[in-house]
Ligand binder design. Structure first.
Ligand SMILES: C[S@@+](CC[C@H](N)C(=O)[O-])C[C@H]1O[C@@H](n2cnc3c(N)ncnc32)[C@H](O)[C@@H]1O
Length: 165
């Protein structure tokens, strides 16, 4: 059986604009730590009225988190990946820059714990206080094999691996 609920005014679309209501926010242990640090721990504090919507999530290992990068104040048309001028200047939709027309972040994280309306995750590159828009469990349908990435991406990845070793 499906349980549904009418949440008056939580989503509106008037043909031009969409108004969304966050489902919760991100809580970090330290506010000023670099959120891109891969092992960073975060708590996803969901609205208490949505706790029931997390039933069954603890059986998954990973989760996609969609969030609103609320501190972004400008939009770009083109950007250098990771803000590096030695990388090609690309249309922003060919990058992961947060300076997009709709600053929506999408990150795959590891689920460590689900406790009522709080999910503890690893690997979320969002600041403390970031509003959460949606959560979707990761499943094998999200995997593919024929992946192609540009040369600049391979170069950045190689640098990252060299730094780590
Ligand atoms: C490059 S974006 C990528 C986000 C996500 N992984 C994606 O691909 O959509 C991640 C960076 O956005 C910035 N960021 C995170 N949360 C933010 C927020 N709430 N407002 C503005 N910038 C944010 C941080 O500098 C973080 O390192």
């Amino acid at each position: 059986m499906c349980t549904s609920r009418k949440d008056e005014g939580s989503i509106t679309y008037d043909g031009e604009k969409i108004e969304l209501k966050p489902i919760g926010y991100v809580k970090k242990g330290t506010e000023d730590k670099d959120p891109s640090e891969p092992n960073t721990l975060s708590k996803l504090i969901l609205r208490k009225d949505l706790a029931e919507a997390l039933d069954g999530l603890n059986e998954f290992s990973h989760l996609f988190v969609l969030f609103w990068m609320h501190k972004i104040e400008r939009t770009l048309m083109k950007a250098h990946p990771r803000g590096r001028s030695d990388m090609p200047l690309l249309g922003i939709f060919a990058t992961r820059t947060p300076y997009r027309p709709n600053p929506i972040g999408l990150t795959l994280v590891k689920i460590l714990k689900v406790d009522r309306n709080v999910i503890t995750v690893q690997g979320l590159d969002a600041f403390h206080g970031t509003p959460i828009l949606d959560l979707k469990p990761f499943d094998p349908w999200d995997m593919t094999q024929d992946i192609r990435v540009p040369k600049w991406w391979m170069k950045l990845e190689k640098e990252k691996t060299t730094k780590r070793n």
